[in-house]
Design a protein around this ligand. Sequence first.
Ligand code: ATP
Length: 371
Amino acid sequence: MTASEDYSIELKNLTLGYGERDIISGLNLNVRRGEILSLLGPSGCGKTTTLHAIAGLIAPRQGSVIIDGVDQTDVPINRRNVGMVFQGYALFPHMTVFNNVSYGLRIKSLPKDQIRERVARALTLVGMDKFAHRKPKELSGGQQQRVAIARTMVMEPRVLLLDEPLSNLDAKLRQEIRGDLKRILRDLSITSVFVTHDQEEAMFLSDRIVLMKDGEIAQFSSPREIYNSPASAFAAAFLGNTNFISAKWLRQTPDSTGCEVSAVETGQVLKGRSALSFAAEQPVYLSVKHDRVDYTLSREEFLALRGQAGTSTMECRVVDIHFLGHVTKIECQAGNQTMTVLRSSASVAPDLAAGATIYLYWPEDESLVLS
Ligand SMILES: Nc1ncnc2c1ncn2[C@@H]1O[C@H](COP(=O)(O)OP(=O)(O)OP(=O)(O)O)[C@@H](O)[C@H]1O
């Protein structure tokens, strides 16, 4: 196989913009055949603009969009055979579900029995086969979005582009539909590019995530890799659940990626991992996930842990406790340094309260130095 045969979509040196402004410059990105890829990033970083360039809704200023090995520059939108699902369902309100889903096929003047068969298949796929005769207003938001997906899938697109398709739904429905969506996309093995600013949604749905910042790729990897090994403080913060201990770089240690930093607030020397070396005293962050930090309320145990190789410790004061059902979030402080601990609620002492002294500890190799 050549590289092009491995990839459904190739963005080559793509520059996109509006008016005077370039939003994306020189973007290179390959989407593997059949994968679900998310474009994730804060509002305004260029996710939708990139998706629109794949669809043909915006012309590149430079570079090219290649689908199935063919440069799409001169291919009009209606010939790209790209399916799009947006956050607004945009169903025709006066038409039944069947007529909404069959609309594109009727425009193409396909034989009636073929239309019936394809619509039935698409509605079954999204679990809406029993609703073919309803009008959109007789459906819930989630059901309408399923119909919108069926309407796109019935055209058998080569690639599927989804722009925040779940954002109009309430939290519970959103979780339910995203499970269905993942199953549908996997069953069909259709190459899908999914725009979201919700990191959990991106991790749940994607094979790979493109994390974007200011029109550039900040990190491009599997959800697990980005979550566990963020390449920057931005990536760690965006993926969430991370403590950032303000520190100054001290030195690398003899083991391959080991290093030492000095915590600004407590003056402690803390050990961690770093792929890079920094200049002495350079401000850095020692990052450690909320759920990797454990705690004890016993000073004796703390003193024993403090002397233990491979363990970092920090004495803090409890500021607030948030009970979230199966987990409890404990907000702590050491001077101006805030720390969050996320533990299963069953393991949190019921008498733990704001103001208590708490001793945090975590494995040294769980702390990453980032800038
Ligand atoms: N039609 C337009 N004309 C001018 N500027 C635009 C247009 N559409 C988007 N922009 C600008 O381009 C930048 C990128 O917008 P884009 O919609 O791609 O971001 P996004 O990452 O999808 O954001 P969001 O999550 O808010 O949808 C933003 O600064 C936005 O204001």
